[in-house]
Each structure stands twice: as structure tokens, then as C-alpha cells.
Design a protein around this ligand. Structure first.
Ligand SMILES: C[S@@+](CC[C@H](N)C(=O)[O-])C[C@H]1O[C@@H](n2cnc3c(N)ncnc32)[C@H](O)[C@@H]1O
Length: 277
């Protein structure tokens, strides 16, 4: 069975999940991809709180792969996710330092500035998940294409989103005509595009199989949705716990106020005794 790998790591659980949840359904594929191709260099453009990036890093570490991983982001946000504070970078940096420092580097800069850090033909996996306008996605794809190796795979996220300003789907219309690719049309959509002339054999096999039988893609969807639902349940549990604590604190305050009112009423009763009829 094609999906089955020596470690079957794609069945595993991600250790580092945060908001936003958009990438979570694609984590089983990220795990699978890492195990089957053991890329020498992986670069991510757009990391935010790290859901996708730490999934790649987790697989790299657990499977003892040889990948050097790089995350590029200003960690300031953009027109789609909005601007966010420095605590996001601090948290990502803390996890990276503690768990993945031996092989993972955070490049806190504009994508275009990071281009000089990589030589031509050196990247095996590039994940593009920055600003999602057509112009930005096209710019990222074109600028980084020369950096891809002969077996390179570019992952594009948000291929299915049709909200205003999200135009990766437009870029996909052009890419589909030109490259061999796999599409995962669930969640917000992910595509794995073979930009090199020599795609890794397991990717070729998966592409061929998915042409005959879409069920293989649906397995990734089922596994991904499980992870997403578990995360949502965990978030709700935490939220419920917070509300319970808040309710308990309010109850304590209420009790105090009721006691004070009782005392006050007593005092008022003494100062202003009811007039005798
Ligand atoms: C959609 S989020 C990434 C989501 C992430 N991959 C995940 O798994 O949740 C996009 C990120 O790209 C960053 N970004 C967008 N355009 C950028 C650019 N030109 N240079 C550097 N960072 C950029 C933003 O700061 C933001 O953190």
C-alpha cells in the first residue's frame, strides 16, 4: 500500500498546534512527505504561529531525517491575517530553540530579502503561505522557482479559498497547465507541485494513483480532519475551564456583596426602625 511507510509517521499527532487552524488538515500529508522524500533543504515562506512549520520540523526530528529547515516571515502579519504583536515570534522562537535548534533556522525578514540566503537549485521542498493575492503568490512562486532542486516540490496553501483578496486559485489555473501536481481540495486547499524535472518516486506514484482513485486523497482528508476536530475539542475544553473559573470567581464576589448588603440592611434597620402603627 503506497501510503504505508516504514515509520507510518503520517498517522501521528502534531505536538505544536496554535491559532490559526487553517493548515491543520494538511499535517498528515506534511508528515508523509517528509518521511518519503527526506528533503535536504526545506524552506517555508509564511510561518506565523508555526502549525505547518513545526509539523515539518517534528517529522524531521522524530524520523532522524537529514533536512535543514528554514522559516521565513517578518512575524508582523499581512493584509489577510492582520498585524500581530511580537509575542507570536517570541513563542515560535522559544519552541524552535528548545525543540529544533540543531537543524532549524528562523529568518525574520521579507521573503524577497531571504532569497540571497539560498543558492540556485538547492531547495527540495518550498512551502509558500504568505500573502494570498495573485500578485504576491505569483511573485513568491516566480522568485523562488530558480532555487528549487531537480526533484523540487513547491507546496502552495489556500488554493481553495475564494474570499475577496484570496487569489491563489487564480495562480493554480496557470500552474495546472504547466506542472505535474497533487491537489488536496479540503480545508483551505493545498497543492504539491513538482517543479523539478525529476520528482521523487513516491510523489509520482501518488499522483498516478490519485488520477485513478481519489480515495487516497480522501484518506489524508479524514486523518487531517481528525486532528482538526481534536484540536477544536481541546480548545473548547480549555475555554469551558476558563468560563467555569470565571463563574466561580464571580460567585465568590456575589456572595461577598450579598453579605455586605445583609449587614447594610441590618444597620439601616437599626438606624431607621419601622415606625409603630
Ligand atoms: C497565512 S500566514 C502563515 C500560516 C502558517 N503557515 C500556518 O501554518 O498557520 C502568513 C504569514 O506570512 C507572513 N508574510 C506575508 N507576506 C510576507 C512577506 N512578503 N515577507 C515575509 N513575511 C510575510 C505574515 O507575517 C504571516 O505571518
Amino acid at each position: 500500500m503506497l501510503l504505508s511507510t516504514p515509520g507510518n509517521y503520517f498517522l501521528g499527532k502534531p505536538q505544536f498546534l496554535d491559532n490559526p487552524h487553517g493548515w491543520i488538515p494538511h499535517i498528515p500529508f506534511a508528515f508523509w512527505l517528509m518521511e518519503v522524500i527526506d528533503p535536504s533543504v526545506l524552506v517555508e515562506l509564511g510561518t506565523y504561529s508555526g502549525n505547518s512549520y513545526f509539523a515539518f520540523c517534528q517529522a524531521r526530528k522524530a524520523l532522524g531525517l537529514s533536512t535543514r529547515c528554514f522559516a521565513v516571515d517578518t512575524w508582523q502579519g499581512d493584509m489577510h491575517v492582520g498585524n500581530y504583536g511580537k509575542e507570536i515570534y517570541e513563542q515560535v522562537s522559544k519552541i524552535n530553540q528548545k525543540e529544533f535548534a540543531g537543524f532549524s533556522t528562523l529568518l525574520r525578514m521579507e521573503f524577497d530579502k531571504a532569497l540571497d540566503s539560498f543558492s540556485e537549485g538547492s531547495i527540495d521542498v518550498l512551502h509558500i503561505d504568505g500573502t494570498h493575492t495573485y500578485a504576491a503568490a505569483r511573485n513568491d512562486f516566480d522568485n523562488w522557482l530558480p532555487k528549487m532542486s531537480h526533484q523540487g516540490i513547491i507546496l502552495l496553501h489556500d488554493t481553495e479559498v475564494r474570499r475577496p483578496g484570496f487569489e491563489v486559485w487564480k495562480l493554480m489555473e496557470e500552474i495546472r497547465k504547466r506542472y505535474k501536481l497533487l491537489e488536496f481540495p479540503f480545508g483551505e486547499g493545498l497543492a504539491a507541485i513538482c517543479t523539478g524535472e525529476n520528482p521523487p518516486a513516491p510523489i509520482n506514484e501518488l499522483i498516478e494513483l490519485s488520477k485513478k482513485d481519489l480515495q487516497i486523497i480522501q484518506w489524508f482528508e479524514i486523518l487531517g480532519n481528525n486532528i482538526l476536530l481534536e484540536k477544536e475539542r481541546e480548545d473548547l475544553k480549555q475555554e469551558t475551564k476558563k468560563w467555569k473559573q470565571k463563574t466561580a470567581a464571580i460567585n465568590v464576589e456575589l456572595l461577598k456583596e450579598k453579605r455586605k448588603t445583609k449587614t447594610l440592611k441590618k444597620q439601616l434597620g437599626q438606624n431607621h426602625p419601622n415606625p409603630k402603627p
